[in-house]
Write a protein that binds this ligand. Structure first.
Ligand SMILES: *Cc1c(COP(=O)(O)O)cnc(C)c1O
Length: 285
């Protein structure tokens, strides 16, 4: 909660949260001409901050390549690489939250692989079991693991819970991994990315109300030129319109995104875009 942006979900807990420093995410999209300058400004701010506060900074937590519920914001691998170099030079632990981006979502197995960056700690969940069973993993590099390794219990990370390594969860996860690594699944992931690319281009050409089209692997998103907060009447109305056509879309305010399961067929994915086109035409006419 503390590292998340202020949210009405967390209001009651505000007094309990520890303080964190937040930095902007250099969100980019297709035909974004300002991205280099945006990244530069953020990196300079980070650098300045670290020059002053690196000793008091325990770790940095980032959603690599795509920021999920925060707005389906896509950033460039170049930015991540520069961040990682900067944090490593200050000896600050890097935590990648890959709960959403992990297990193929960005087109590669993990966003850190796709961006050629190496975090110290990685958080995994959702795609781990294909969403079928609740299971999560926090993995870390050897030097962190070894810090807790020894015969003396005082070294142990004595923090666990009743259902750690739940056998059914682990079995579901292994089965899901087997499926994910099949060549068929890998070509599905490529197919989804290809359709996103083609359809987003069409959408942005046909609708002046659509901006900031972006995709990363199987994740596609765009903004609608209208003001609608998360959970606002407009946002709910849009969701209901899509749902009536059999398409489950949860707009994040004015942001529409598609995160299809890897088993989706080309026909169904194209149909999803057809519905979006149709409903937006109706909505904006
Ligand atoms: C869903 C999500 C979470 C929450 O994961 P849980 O396993 O429910 O705790 C955390 N981070 C990101 C990026 C997510 O998308």
């Amino acid at each position: 909660m503390a590292v998340s942006r202020e949210s009405f979900y967390f209001k009651q807990f505000t007094d309990l949260l520890f303080s964190v420093d937040l930095f902007d995410y250099p969100a980019t999209w297709i035909d974004d001409s300002d991205i280099e300058i945006k990244e530069k400004i953020i990196l300079e701010k980070l650098e300045k901050h670290l020059d002053q506060f690196s000793k008091e900074t325990a770790a940095v937590i980032i959603e690599p390549l795509v920021q999920g519920a925060g707005g389906m914001n896509v950033c460039r691998p170049e930015f991540l690489q520069k961040c990682v170099i900067l944090f490593k030079s200050h000896r600050i632990l890097i935590i990648f939250d890959e709960v959403m981006t992990g297990f193929g979502r960005t087109g590669e197995l993990f966003a850190c692989l796709k961006s050629n960056t190496q975090p110290d700690i990685i958080c995994l969940s959702k795609g781990l079991t294909g969403g079928f069973m609740p299971l999560s993993v926090t993995a870390c590099s050897d030097f962190i693991y070894e810090a807790f390794l020894g015969n003396d219990f005082s070294r142990a990370l004595g923090h666990s819970h009743s259902f750690t390594a739940n056998p059914l969860g682990c079995a579901a996860s292994l089965a899901s991994l087997d499926l994910l690594l099949l060549p068929e699944t890998q070509s599905q992931i490529k197919m989804i990315e290809k359709i996103h690319k083609e359809e987003l281009l069409l959408l942005s050409q046909q609708h002046s109300q659509i901006t900031k089209t972006r995709y990363c692997g199987t994740i596609a998103a765009f903004d609608l030129v209208l003001s609608a907060d998360y959970g606002s009447a407009t946002s709910i109305q849009l969701r209901e319109r899509f749902l009536k056509q059999g398409l489950i879309i949860r707009p994040l305010g004015s942001i529409i995104y598609l995160l299809p399961p890897y088993c989706i067929s080309e026909i169904d994915l194209k149909r999803a875009y057809e519905i979006i086109r149709y409903e937006l035409n109706q909505y904006f006419q």
